[in-house]
Design a protein around this ligand. Structure first.
Ligand code: CA
Length: 273
C-alpha cells in the first residue's frame, strides 16, 4: 500500500529538473527524475506515478511520442512543459493524451496550483470515497473535497437517470464515479482522468449547456464561477479533450449520441435516444 504520492519528472535541463523536483517535493510527492524520453517511460512504468511533468523538447524521442507510449499503460496526470509561442505543440500534446500544460519559464506557484487542483479532483482508486460503498444520494460523497457542481433543475433538464446507485447512464453509456470506470454497452472504455471528469460533468449537467469556461474551472477543481481568469488557450484545451473523448467513445459530432456541441458556447448531453 502506497501512501505517499509519486511524481516523475522527464526533463533534460538539470536546472529545471531541480526546480521541478523542489516544487513537487514541497507538495508532498516522492519524486523520480529522468533526463530523456526513453528513461522517462521506463521510470513511469516502474513507479506508477500520479503526476508526470514532461518537457516536450527531449534529446532522444519527441514528447508526443513519450505521451503516446505513457498512455499505453499509465493514467497519470501528465503536465507538459512547453516553450512559449508553441501553441501547436501544446494542442498536439493534448491530442496525444496529456492533461495540461505550463509554459516556460514557469512560476513554481503556477505549477503548485495546477497540481493541487488536480489532487482535488476525485480519483476512484485512491480517493477516500472509493473505500466506502457508494449508495445513491449519499451526501458524504460530495463532502470529501470533490468539486460540487450546480444541480440541474429537476424538470426538463434533469440529469441522466442513474442506472445503478451512484452511476450515470445515457444512451448505452454508463459512468461510475466510485470506480472511475466507463462502459459502452457493457464494454469498458479507457479514459484519461481529464476525459473522465469532463464526461462526468456533462452527464451531471444533462441537457443544460456547460460552457467551456465552466468546464475549465471544473478541471481546475474550482468552485463554480470564482471569477478567475480563463484564457482562450484554456478553452481550446477543453476542445481538444472533448475531441479525444469523442474519438474514444466513437461519438460523431455531427450526429452525437452523447456529446453535443453548442456552437460558440460549450457542450451538453445529446438527447435521450
Ligand atoms: Ca528540453
Amino acid at each position: 500500500m502506497e501512501i505517499q504520492r509519486v511524481a516523475v519528472i522527464i526533463e533534460d535541463d538539470a536546472d529545471i529538473r531541480d526546480l521541478l523536483n523542489a516544487v513537487l517535493q514541497q507538495s508532498g510527492f516522492k519524486v523520480f527524475t529522468a533526463p530523456n524520453g526513453s528513461e522517462g517511460v521506463e521510470t513511469v512504468r516502474l513507479h506508477n506515478p500520479t503526476v508526470v511533468t514532461l518537457d516536450l523538447g527531449l534529446p532522444d524521442i519527441d514528447g508526443f511520442e513519450v505521451i503516446r507510449q505513457l498512455r499505453q499503460f499509465s493514467d497519470a496526470y501528465i503536465v507538459m512543459l512547453t516553450a512559449r509561442a508553441e501553441e501547436l505543440d501544446t494542442l498536439m500534446g493534448l491530442e496525444a493524451g496529456a492533461d495540461d500544460y505550463i509554459t516556460k519559464p514557469f512560476r513554481p506557484r503556477e505549477l503548485r496550483a495546477r497540481i493541487s487542483a488536480m489532487l482535488r479532483r476525485p480519483r476512484g482508486e485512491s480517493a477516500a470515497d472509493a473505500d466506502r460503498p457508494v449508495s445513491a444520494g449519499d451526501p458524504s460523497r460530495t463532502g470529501s473535497g470533490a468539486p460540487v457542481t450546480e444541480h440541474a433543475p429537476a424538470s426538463s433538464a434533469a440529469p441522466a437517470a442513474p442506472a445503478a446507485p451512484g452511476t450515470f447512464a445515457h444512451n448505452g453509456l454508463t459512468l461510475n464515479p466510485g470506480t472511475r470506470t466507463t462502459e459502452i454497452e457493457g464494454k469498458g472504455v479507457e479514459l484519461t482522468r481529464t476525459e473522465f471528469d469532463l464526461l462526468q460533468a456533462l452527464l451531471e449537467g444533462g441537457r443544460l449547456v456547460r460552457t467551456k469556461t465552466d468546464l475549465v474551472r471544473r478541471l481546475r477543481g474550482e468552485e463554480y464561477d470564482t471569477g478567475s481568469f480563463i484564457s482562450d488557450a484554456d478553452e481550446r484545451t477543453v476542445e481538444v479533450h472533448v475531441g479525444n473523448l469523442r474519438r474514444k467513445l466513437g461519438d460523431d459530432s455531427k450526429a452525437p449520441r452523447w456529446l453535443e456541441t453548442v456552437r460558440g458556447v460549450g457542450y451538453r448531453l445529446a438527447p435521450q435516444a
